[in-house]
Ligand binder design. Structure first.
Ligand code: MRU
Length: 372
């Protein structure tokens, strides 16, 4: 049953965009990756793409933790939003609790959600923000506090939407018409609440009439590039070509790539950037071929508490994703597997960060301070 004050996420994001950017409505229709439905969360189950677009409903913390771990929802900003909304959904049945019981439930849920995946800082950041709201308003009656938390989760969602558009706009000074853009994994609308980060750059270029061509690394082992990036760019009518991860060097050598734009899961204070496994290799290849390598990320992805990328926790995934990823065995049963989900690209390979505060160039220890 929906809550008394049911405020679903608007089906169309146009009014939000117009107010935030003061420009005519863009042509790109943001995918509604995740939305709030008054007492529960609705989201696209990304494990089913591109075969079918199926939406799932989440009401409890175990359901949300499972969805995040199984990558039904994934991408750094999107799991932050999911964590915040998941917390509010789980607390919905507690609105009539005594204050102490409500706060106890909140703390229990928050501590389960914030560790669902370790690398993207956005998840712990979003839960931390929800916790602070609860602390600041601990004197409120649970029903009122629940509404305040609902507002906060919706604010996180709306802010992310606005940031993704600003990232897309900031990128335009480095994207010329007829550019070939290489991206890795999926840092698109499916990974955020809006246009994405890396893919926001392509969407805005496309809106501005630039003729661009995107090359999507397939992104082993879970194929976020071929399953998700290709799917969403095709929906938007953007020219996209899927390449196997081992085709990246050859494509660069052929002169097809003018710039690389990838997303990030966490960026340390010195500019070392964690992103999907394989990104580091792409950065090295870009350097060898003299191709600029950009990391597109909102300020929520920067973790100034970490001095360098060596401190970023890297998630390791279940070997079965490598040995029998999509149901078919592709490696002998029992073989040893090493499957980190992310790697860290040293800051020296990053030409610039495309952020919601504009383009940031080295020396990062100094220049990234603008995002604090
Ligand atoms: O394991 P995933 O699919 O969550 O990995 C996602 C990525 O590495 C993205 O590039 C990153 O989260 C940035 S999303 C805007």
């Amino acid at each position: 049953m929906p809550g008394k004050r049911s405020r679903p996420t608007p089906a169309s994001f146009e009014p939000v965009r117009e107010t935030l950017t003061n420009r005519p409505p863009p042509k790109t229709v943001a995918i509604e990756t995740i939305s709030w439905r008054g007492d529960h969360v609705r989201m696209i189950d990304q494990t089913r793409l591109p075969e079918e677009r199926v939406e799932i409903e989440i009401r409890t913390v175990p359901e949300m933790v499972e969805a995040i771990r199984a990558l039904r929802i994934r991408g750094a900003p999107a799991i932050g939003i999911a964590g915040a909304m998941g917390l509010v959904a789980a607390l919905h049945p507690h609105r009539d609790d005594e204050s102490e019981a409500f706060l106890e439930a909140l703390e229990g849920y928050a501590s389960e959600l914030e560790v669902a995946r370790p690398t993207a800082v956005n998840l712990a950041w979003a839960i931390g923000r929800m916790r602070r709201v609860a602390e600041e308003h601990a004197d409120m009656a649970p029903a009122a506090l629940w509404e305040r938390l609902e507002d906060e989760a919706l604010a996180i969602h709306a802010e992310d939407l606005a940031m993704s558009r600003r990232i897309g706009e900031a990128a335009q000074e480095v994207i010329a018409s007829h550019s070939g853009i290489l991206t890795h994994c999926n840092a698109g609308g499916l990974a955020t609440s809006g246009l994405g980060t890396a893919l926001a750059c392509a969407y805005v270029a496309h809106e501005q009439g630039k003729r661009i061509r995107v090359f999507a690394d397939e992104t082993r082992p879970l194929l976020q590039g071929s399953r998700l990036t290709a799917w969403e760019l095709m929906q938007a009518g953007i020219d996209v070509t899927v390449i196997c991860d081992d085709t990246t060097a050859a494509t660069m050598a052929k002169g097809e790539i003018d710039l690389v734009i990838v997303g990030a899961d966490r960026v340390a204070a010195n500019g070392d950037a964690a992103n999907k496994i394989g990104t580091y290799g792409v950065a090295i290849l870009a350097k060898e071929h003299g191709i600029p390598f950009y990391v597109a990320a909102p300020r929520t992805t920067f973790d100034f508490a970490l001095r360098t990328g060596a401190e970023i926790p890297i998630e390791e995934r279940d070997p079965v994703e490598v040995t029998a990823g999509f149901g078919r065995r592709t490696a002998p049963e029992g073989v040893k597997v090493y499957s980190p989900a992310f790697d860290v690209t040293p800051a020296r390979y990053v030409t610039g960060f495309i952020t919601d505060a504009g383009l940031v160039r080295p020396p990062y220890e100094e220049t990234l301070q603008v995002l604090r």
